[in-house]
Design a protein around this ligand. Structure first.
Ligand code: CA
Length: 224
């Protein structure tokens, strides 16, 4: 028996025509959409309530990059960025700031809906208390990690790293974000790699789940 949860999407788009088109498409998918036009409204929203944020980078009041950075510091909600900027550095910058996916304007509404469906299909978004990536099972309530049948003892920092990655399989989590989560406030981002190495060692047979994305961050793969 599968009761589908209500999935809320926060849409941040100042273009009235495009916003309405996207809003209508998402509503047809059965999603509950909150549409705001301003970056300040996105920043004021309680992002942890949403399954997904769709964020236009060109907003009238606040630079979209700043909104993205703010969202990332608040919650691990997936963010799909809409951008008219096609320069190649945008993509890397967006990933560094923790965007999960990109669409460059103009795009077909169907393409956006396909991306949204792909994101929301992931069972990790259904707010279960256990995250699963391959053989790795993370019990979020008990703070326990198993690889197969074996319990793996992690430090709080290693646990935070693994949870941040496992919440968004396939998405790159930036070095900065991981360092914030896993290291002491005064620790250097360079210490991150040592933490990840220790985490991988402890995961044993599942260590290849964690993939390095050079200079950008890390991600977990769903199969390896
Ligand atoms: Ca805009």
């Amino acid at each position: 028996m599968n009761t589908s949860p209500i999935l809320r999407v926060l849409l941040v788009e100042d273009d009235a025509a495009l916003g309405e088109q996207v809003r209508a498409g998402l509503a047809e998918e059965g999603l509950v959409v909150r549409w705001v036009r301003m970056g300040r409204d996105a920043i004021a929203a309680r992002t942890e309530r949403y399954a997904l944020v769709i964020l236009d980078l060109g907003l009238p009041d606040i630079d979209g990059w700043d909104v993205l950075r703010h969202l990332r510091s608040q919650a691990d909600v997936p963010v799909l960025v809409l951008t008219a900027r096609s320069d190649p550095t945008s993509r890397v910058r967006g990933l560094d700031l923790g965007a999960d996916d990109y669409l460059t304007k103009p795009f077909w509404p169907d393409e956006l809906l396909a991306r949204v469906r792909a994101r929301l299909r992931r069972p990790q978004l259904l707010r279960s208390n256990t995250l699963r990536v391959g053989d790795i099972a993370i019990d979020l309530e008990r703070h326990e990690v198993h690889v197969g049948e074996s319990l793996v003892a992690l430090t709080p920092g290693e646990h935070a790293l693994l949870v941040a990655l496992a919440r968004r399989p396939g998405a790159v989590v930036s070095r900065r974000r991981l360092a914030e989560l896993a290291l002491d406030a005064d620790a250097d981002e360079r210490h991150l790699d040592a933490h990840v190495s220790r985490l991988r060692r402890k995961l044993g047979s599942a260590q290849h789940a964690i993939e390095t994305v050079r200079r950008v961050g890390y991600r977990v793969r769903e199969s390896w």
